[in-house]
Design a protein around this ligand. Structure first.
Ligand code: FE2
Length: 279
């Protein structure tokens, strides 16, 4: 076991666990260096896709919708000046890379599949795990966009909800540079919405409960580099804008059970030749 009974009880009660020093600093640095290399080699060639969680503007272009089994790059919403040119360098304008880094890049593959993570997933009771989604999140200095309050199960739903989100701090994350905030115990409220594909090629939110989140109960999860935050799929969480001069790089991984049903209308889909793999 890598998780104690007390940690598992915390996960049940709060919907998250904070595990300090889960990742060696040098492994954080290696991932960071690799992400920077990927961005340096990325040629936008007019393919500009913006990532935003503001519902009205959420990008649902083909570049995004086809990214489930690829390595693709999404710009910060505030990356551009009114004339369409970048405010900062390309390297300081990318919001995130997604969503199959862990299957397509050897450095991300190695980071995502050590025995410690496999053990953790097993301790959480997820049988026959599949690594379904990965994201490298930059939270760029000065322009790092906010991610509004959400449950990960809204964007990635399986039935039963045999799933977990892993959030790795690759740098210190505090209130000032846009750390995670969560509502402890909020995973007990139930699923409020699903972000689904629709037949004509777009996406929409299917709403089950539109009462607002009790955001007064949000708690900042200020963590040091190398910390892993384990997130229940129903935990309400957000991160605010990063207006500071410091970045806040993080890597996220979502793991589901092969025995759970994976709906065809989840936005995240893979081609048959790229089925998700375990550890
Ligand atoms: Fe999330």
């Amino acid at each position: 076991m890598s998780l104690s009974a007390k940690q598992l009880a915390t996960y049940e009660r709060d919907g998250f666990i904070v595990l300090k020093n889960f990742i060696e600093h040098e492994d954080c640095d290696a991932l960071r260096a690799r992400a920077e290399e990927l961005v340096r080699d990325f040629d936008p060639k007019g393919v500009v896709s913006v990532f935003s969680t503001h519902e009205q503007t959420r990008t649902s272009d083909d570049y995004f919708l086809e990214s489930g089994d690829k390595i693709r790059f999404f710009f910060e919403e505030n990356a551009f000046l009114p004339d369409g040119t970048l405010r900062q360098s390309k390297e300081q304008s990318i919001n995130k890379i997604g969503h199959a880094l862990h299957d397509l890049d050897p450095v991300f593959d190695k980071f995502s599949r050590p025995k410690e993570i496999r053990q953790l997933i097993s301790d959480l009771g997820i049988a026959d795990p599949l690594l379904i989604q990965s994201m490298y999140i930059f939270k760029q200095p000065r322009i790092g966009g906010e991610v509004t309050c959400h449950q990960d199960a809204t964007f990635l739903f399986v039935e039963p909800l045999q799933m977990v989100g892993l959030w790795f701090a690759l740098e210190d994350a505090g209130v000032e540079n846009g750390c995670l905030w969560a509502i402890p115990g909020g995973h007990k409220f139930g699923l409020k919405s699903r972000f689904v594909r629709v037949d004509n090629g777009g996406t929409r939110f299917e709403i089950f409960d539109n009462t607002p989140w009790p955001e007064d109960n949000l708690q900042p999860l200020e963590v040091e580099k190398g910390t892993l935050i384990v997130l229940h799929p129903l935990l309400p969480h957000l991160s605010r804008e990063n207006t500071s001069p410091r970045s806040r790089h993080a890597y996220t991984l979502h793991v589901i059970s092969a025995s759970a049903r994976y709906p065809k209308d989840n936005w995240l889909q893979r081609s048959p030749e790229m089925s998700p793999r375990g550890f």
